[in-house]
Structure formats: structure tokens, C-alpha cells
Design a protein. Structure first.
Ligand code: SF4
Length: 107
């Protein structure tokens, strides 16, 4: 789990805990869900663009190795089978397990 995600989750828990048990809590839950959904690095993110990151590795024209994916890159950390994980090359932000970029480095 990325540091950014943990901080966002912790912040959400504090907001919900501090809110009265009313509609405010529901708003907090919706906002937290939005934060979690927006967590994956976008292909248009400036840092991702520099590395030509693609969330779907098969759509990366520079990719030479058909077995190269984020989930077998040395910069990637995630639980086994997770759909996304943290990329150290992108500051620990989440990337798609089946993504790829030009910084890919196999084990
Ligand atoms: Fe994926 Fe590795 Fe590139 Fe990060 S450095 S985006 S884990 S291929």
C-alpha cells in the first residue's frame, strides 16, 4: 500500500470519526471513495508521461518484452494478485499491475 494511500485513508478515518453520525458521515464516505478511486497514476501525469507509462502494457509501442509488466518490475510492490501496486519509480504511487513504462526493470 502506498504512503499516499495510507495518509489519505487515515485522513478519511479522522474525518468520519469527527463528523456527527448524520449525513456528514455519508458525505465523508463518498469523498473517501473518490480519493481511493483516483489513486492510480494517470497516463497523462507528467512523471508518468516522461516514462511513457501505459496502464495497459500491450498498448505501449516501446515495449519489446511481451512478458514485461509492472507486476514483475523491480520498482513494483503489491500483494500477490493485486490489480495495482506501488511504483518506486513514480514516488510510490499506485500503478496498474498490467501496466508498463520505459523504466521497467525485470528481476
Ligand atoms: Fe511499472 Fe516498473 Fe514502470 Fe513503475 S517502473 S510504471 S512498476 S514498469
Amino acid at each position: 500500500m502506498s504512503t499516499a494511500f495510507r495518509v489519505a485513508r487515515r485522513r478519511c478515518v479522522k474525518i468520519i470519526a469527527a463528523a456527527p453520525a448524520t449525513a456528514t458521515s455519508l458525505v465523508g464516505l463518498v469523498l473517501c471513495a473518490s480519493v481511493a478511486a483516483a489513486e492510480l497514476v494517470s497516463e497523462t501525469d507528467p512523471a508518468a508521461m516522461k516514462l511513457k507509462y501505459k496502464a495497459d502494457a500491450t498498448k505501449a509501442p516501446e515495449r519489446q518484452d511481451p512478458q514485461a509488466f509492472c507486476d514483475n518490475c523491480t520498482f513494483y510492490t503489491a500483494k500477490d494478485g493485486a490489480a495495482s501496486g506501488a511504483c518506486a519509480a513514480l514516488g510510490g504511487r499506485p500503478v496498474a499491475a498490467k501496466g508498463w513504462c520505459t523504466a521497467w526493470e525485470g528481476y
